[in-house]
Design a protein around this ligand. Structure first.
Ligand code: NAG
Ligand code: NAG
Ligand code: NAG
Ligand code: NAG
Ligand code: NAG
Ligand code: NAG
Ligand code: NAG
Ligand code: NAG
Ligand code: NAG
Length: 504
């Protein structure tokens, strides 16, 4: 939200000249009779209704000009032969104002172009009377306690470029009249309790760059008209109850960089059309009911850094073309029904930090090319049907902190090279058919906290390096064929909460 504040400021300056022209031509004429003193009266009246006027408002005094007050900006407008000052800005974010917006007499402040009252304690409704501010360009009210509906009348605020209402308690439907605000660049209603469908009129907001309706209780299908918002670069609809297919019209949003539709009830396949959106940086469709396979054309989204498809019903195999996504740092495909092998091409994703393919039906062996991922911190391949042995190249994963490969069909002897992984915190190998010795230097980095290797065929001694491994929190080596005197090879572990080394 911090970046939005700077966007608000930038928009204010962008709007400065055109808004002044608007003021001059329309408002000065229409409201020519409104003096600075009636604007002052409206502001002082509002201050008097606040249960907790902020410290910053102490300069708001009867016998001074509002243009000298903290949080108020005046601008000179041409009117006839005169150039009177009028109040154009109210900017008091983060100031602890406690009161109602409805107590502010907006019809006495027709020249306002900028309101930033974000992060205060404004309660009560967003008043319909605010729609008289036809010159208002920026309305920032996020992080307050506004309740009730977004008034239908807001559709009359024809100069609005930014409407930021996130983190309030707004309810009711999104009014179709918002579709009249064709100057809007940012429409942000994140984290409220707004319900019902997205009106198809939202597709008329062709200047929109950011549309964020996430974390509400919106439902229904995404209207196809959103495909008309061709200037959009960010679309956040996550955390709602949207259903039906992801409309293929979204493939027309050629400037889209971030698409987050996760945690909804979308079904059907990943539309091929979105593989045309080559500026895409973050694509998150996780926690839906998406089925079908991962389109190999996804490999053309070469700017992708984040690809989240987890917790869906995706079938088919992982396309080798994902190996073309060399910017990728997060690849989460877990909890699907993916079959087939891990493509060795994933070994070209040198920026990868987190790779989670767990809870699928992946077969074949782990490609030794995975060892090329020197930036990998988290690797989870657990709960699959992966066979073969653990490649010795794992010893090159110098950044790795977590390796989870439990519940597979891995066999062969455990590579001693795992002892080279000095960043290792968590190693979970349980429930495979691994043999050989535990690496002698298993705790070389001194960071190992969790070692789970139960239900394997490990043999030989418990490594001495565990005796001085004071970072240990959980260790489970049950059901193996380990030998040696346990009392001799285990030391004192200040963090330990669980230890089990019953031989199998
Ligand atoms: C603002 O206050 C200063 C003194 O602090 C005064 O000189 C100036 O005239 C005031 N401006 C207006 C517009 O009242
Ligand atoms: C809101 O303002 C308070 C100060 O009044 C500040 O401490 C807090 O970080 C702000 N919160 C947000 C989300 O900006
Ligand atoms: C609001 O301001 C307008 C214009 O100054 C005035 O005509 C009207 O009476 C005011 N309303 C209230 C409720 O004070
Ligand atoms: C705005 O949009 C609604 C519905 O789309 C329409 O009925 C109305 O006349 C429009 N005009 C204004 C000023 O809200
Ligand atoms: C917007 O999209 C809809 C559905 O995709 C289409 O029928 C309509 O013609 C489009 N409107 C404009 C103004 O482009
Ligand atoms: C991708 O874009 C091209 C040209 O912009 C267009 O011809 C094609 O139909 C699009 N493909 C899909 C699947 O939308
Ligand atoms: C995907 O789910 C839909 C129902 O939502 C079903 O009609 C369709 O056959 C499924 N497709 C695949 C490939 O499983
Ligand atoms: C993407 O990957 C595939 C298979 O790995 C390869 O054949 C193709 O040439 C690649 N495409 C591009 C554009 O790099
Ligand atoms: C071990 O794996 C088998 C199948 O591979 C599974 O049925 C079983 O529940 C797993 N046991 C544990 C303790 O995870």
């Amino acid at each position: 939200m911090g970046t939005l504040s700077s966007k608000m400021r930038a928009l204010f300056y962008l709007c400065f000249v055109p808004c002044l022209l608007l003021l001059q031509e329309v408002h000065a004429a229409r409201h020519g009779g409104i003096s600075l003193s009636s604007q002052r009266m409206a502001l002082l009246h509002w201050k008097a209704t606040l249960t907790n006027p902020s410290l910053q408002m102490s300069s708001w005094q009867k016998d001074t000009s509002p243009c000298n007050w903290t949080g108020i900006v005046c601008t000179a407008v041409h009117h006839g032969g005169r150039v009177p000052l009028v109040v154009t800005d109210i900017s008091l974010p983060d100031t602890g104002i406690h009161g109602q917006l409805g107590e502010l007499n907006f019809s006495a402040l027709p020249f306002l172009t900028y309101i930033d009252l974000t992060n205060n304690s404004l309660h009560g409704a967003l008043p319909a009377s605010i729609s008289s501010l036809t010159a208002l360009s920026v309305l920032g009210l996020h992080h307050n306690q506004l309740i009730g509906k977004i008034p239908y009348e807001i559709g009359g605020m024809q100069s609005l470029r930014l409407l930021e209402l996130s983190f309030n308690k707004l309810t009711g439907h999104i009014p179709a009249s918002l579709g009249n605000l064709t100057m809007l660049n940012y429409l942000v209603i994140h984290q409220n309790m707004v319900s019902g469908p997205i009106p198809e009129e939202i597709g008329r907001l062709v200047s929109l760059r950011l549309l964020q309706l996430s974390n509400n209780i919106l439902r229904g299908m995404i209207p196809k008209t959103l495909g008309n918002l061709t200037n959009l670069n960010t679309l956040y609809l996550f955390g709602n109850q949207f259903s039906g297919p992801i409309p293929q019209e979204l493939g027309r949003l050629v400037h889209l960089q971030i698409l987050q539709l996760d945690s909804n009830d979308f079904s059907g396949p990943i539309p091929i059309s979105i593989t045309n959106l080559t500026k895409m940086n973050q694509l998150s469709l996780s926690e839906n009911q998406i089925n079908g396979s991962i389109p190999l054309e996804l490999g053309s989204l070469i700017m992708l850094k984040i690809l989240f498809l987890y917790s869906n019903q995706i079938t088919g195999s992982i396309p080798t073309e994902l190996g073309n996504l060399t910017m990728l740092s997060e690849l989460f495909l877990y909890r699907n029904q993916i079959t087939g092998p891990i493509p060795l091409e994933l070994g070209t994703l040198l920026n990868l930090q987190n790779l989670d393919l767990s809870f699928n039906k992946i077969t074949g062996s782990i490609p030794q090319e995975i060892g090329n991922l020197i930036n990998l911190e988290y690797l989870d391949l657990s709960q699959n049907q992966i066979s073969g042995s653990i490649p010795k190249t794992f010893g090159k994963l110098q950044s790795i902190q977590t390796i989870q490969i439990y519940d597979n069909k891995l066999s062969g002897s455990l590579p001693q090279e795992l002892g080279d992984l000095t960043s290792l915190v968590r190693l979970a190998l349980s429930n495979n058919s691994l043999s050989g010795h535990l690496p002698a230097n298993i705790c070389l980095g001194g960071r190992l906290q969790n070692l789970h290797a139960f239900s394997n065929m490990l043999s030989g001694p418990i490594p001495r390096s565990l005796k001085t491994c004071t970072s240990l929190v959980q260790i489970d080596l049950d059901s193996n064929k380990l030998t040696g005197d346990i009392s001799q090879h285990f030391g004192a572990y200040p963090q330990l909460i669980w230890m089990s080394v019953t031989p199998g």
